[in-house]
Design a protein around this ligand. Structure first.
Ligand SMILES: Cc1cc2nc3c(=O)[nH]c(=O)nc-3n(C[C@H](O)[C@H](O)[C@H](O)COP(=O)(O)O)c2cc1C
Length: 202
């Protein structure tokens, strides 16, 4: 059974990001996969201390962080999962602050001893898991893909944890109403991508 982990950096209950993640979660379950959704807005993660203790020892397993918070359990979930949904709205041209805080804690996936200029990513060269990237913006999606850093940041997150994106869901023009409902066309795309995460297709 394919285990899918969704990591959602939206602040808003039932916003567009929640609706996409929920649609995908239902589709994963309907296709026979296992789904767990982590809402970063409710999840206890401290800021990275930049101490780099976690980066000093080589190996493909994530390093040990000095914090004792929810991140160790989240890393276990990431390691255990076969596929990912990585989601964050675009705020000030970027992933949200809670998603960025989570991203920085993924430095455990780098081997970066003192004296080396650049990190080596622990999962580089290993078989890649699958990921779907989800973001949204007030700007039209077609512009947002090029103007904003969000998609690149979600992609970097996927690469860091050893996954490659098989697709992106990027609705734009989200700020027109207080509560935009997910259009049917996007529901269909979210469902199709969720099926691709579960079934053995590229
Ligand atoms: C603090 C803040 C900053 C935002 N910055 C941008 C931005 O830089 N570009 C943009 O197109 N939309 C921006 N937006 C609009 C959000 O991207 C949009 O509301 C979001 O996609 C909604 O996601 P949600 O429904 O999951 O909350 C911003 C919204 C907020 C509240």
């Amino acid at each position: 059974m394919t285990r899918v982990l969704a990591i959602n950096g939206s602040y808003r209950d039932d916003g567009i990001t929640d609706q996409i993640v929920e649609t995908m979660a239902q589709a994963v379950a309907a296709a026979g996969g296992e789904i767990e959704v982590v809402q970063l807005r409710n999840y206890p993660i401290e800021f990275c201390l930049n101490c780099r203790e976690c980066t000093q020892h080589p190996g493909t397993a994530p390093g040990q962080c000095v914090h004792s918070d929810g991140m160790a359990a989240l890393i276990d979930k990431i390691e255990f999962a076969d596929a990912y949904i990585l989601a964050s709205p675009t705020n000030f041209s970027s992933v949200t602050a809670v998603f960025k805080r989570f991203m920085e804690r993924l430095v455990v996936y780098a081997y970066w001893p003192w004296g080396t200029a650049t990190p080596k990513f622990r999962k580089a060269g290993l078989p890649l898991k699958k990921a779907v990237l989800v973001t949204s913006s007030a700007a039209p999606g077609i512009l947002g893909r090029w103007m904003f850093a969000t998609r690149g940041q979600l992609n970097m997150t996927a690469r860091t944890i050893g996954a490659a994106a098989i697709g992106t869901i990027y609705p734009g023009l989200i700020a027109k109403d207080r509560h935009t409902r997910l259009p049917d066309k996007l529901k269909a795309r979210a469902t199709a991508l969720a099926n691709r995460l579960v079934r053995n297709q590229g």
